[in-house]
Design a protein around this ligand. Sequence first.
Ligand SMILES: NC(=O)c1ccc[n+]([C@@H]2O[C@H](COP(=O)([O-])OP(=O)(O)OC[C@H]3O[C@@H](n4cnc5c(N)ncnc54)[C@H](OP(=O)(O)O)[C@@H]3O)[C@@H](O)[C@H]2O)c1
Length: 323
Amino acid sequence: MIRRVYAAVVKTIGQGPVYELVDVPQPTKNQVQIQVIAAGIHKVVRSIADGRHYVKVKTLPFIPGIDGVGTLPDGKKVYFVNMAPPNGTMSQLVNADENMTIPLPENADPVHFAAIMNAGLASWTALTERAQIKSGETVLVLGVTGSSGQMAAASARLLGAKRVVGVGRNKSLLNQLVADGTIDVSVPLDDDDTKYQELIAKEAADVDIVMDFLWGRPTEIAMAGIHSGRNDSSQHLRWVQVGQMAGATIQLNGGFLRSKNVELIGSGIGPISMKQMLQSLQRMVPMVVEGKLKTSVLTIPLKDIESKWQETADAKERVVVVM
Ligand SMILES: NC(=O)c1ccc[n+]([C@@H]2O[C@H](COP(=O)([O-])OP(=O)(O)OC[C@H]3O[C@@H](n4cnc5c(N)ncnc54)[C@H](OP(=O)(O)O)[C@@H]3O)[C@@H](O)[C@H]2O)c1
């Protein structure tokens, strides 16, 4: 039986979605039908819908969204991933691969989970699966004031980091993150490159892991600071490229790679398999339920998607559509 439900529908790449009725067929053999409660408009969701992402949508119209929280026909709550354009997750009903779901406890807040799991991929999963963080290590987070950056700092702590250094351009938020213990030391991103480089050399030259949400110029300067200040050239440094808020490319000094034990790795769907991602996120669930990992959320009703999509593009909170 085909069911007609409301969804966010993108008709032209770059023009944002409209609120419209769509047909949802019966799920196939390996699918489950999910009554969606909430789905996040993550950065990746916007960039796919705008045609800026390396994932290109080939069929129009399409429903945006890559994950969400909903209930199975038996009422059980699940987080699910559905990266199969044109059928994204911003729909009241979604047919998803049954292997792409994570059970959530009854008391899990669906909106919070819809917001936080993508930030978890960029932080918790990147730290465990890509950086393979060990207890007692020091972590530098470039872009710590963003939602994924704050999650990376909090996750690093929960995973045993001894010291967390955070770089960002919002000085009052940096101070707050030091005050509430999310990070030990902050390094403000300064217009004065020399000052920023000196601070990195002083506070972060001996880090074990860099979680890089910025790339571009701030990364080039941070690399120069670590290059100049690092004491033990054999100490293993994992530089994890997670986001590119400050630029898509960098100029990389070859001497940095030859003179220090640096491993430059990326994190995202590709180097991390879907199975690995779901297993890792499943291990994160109790941390979220217990309030040890959290993020701030802005909710919008699905029926207002057309006006709110653009209006919330620069929101500081993670934006979640509630069905
Ligand atoms: N690879 C993955 O698995 C994965 C998963 C999720 C997200 N990501 C990526 O991670 C990045 C952060 O995502 P998010 O959701 O955490 O975003 P967010 O909450 O919007 O945070 C973005 C952060 O970037 C900072 N920023 C923006 N432009 C900057 C610039 N030119 N120089 C310095 N800082 C700048 C912002 O600083 P202000 O606060 O000062 O504006 C803010 O702290 C994005 O690139 C996203 O695509 C990757």
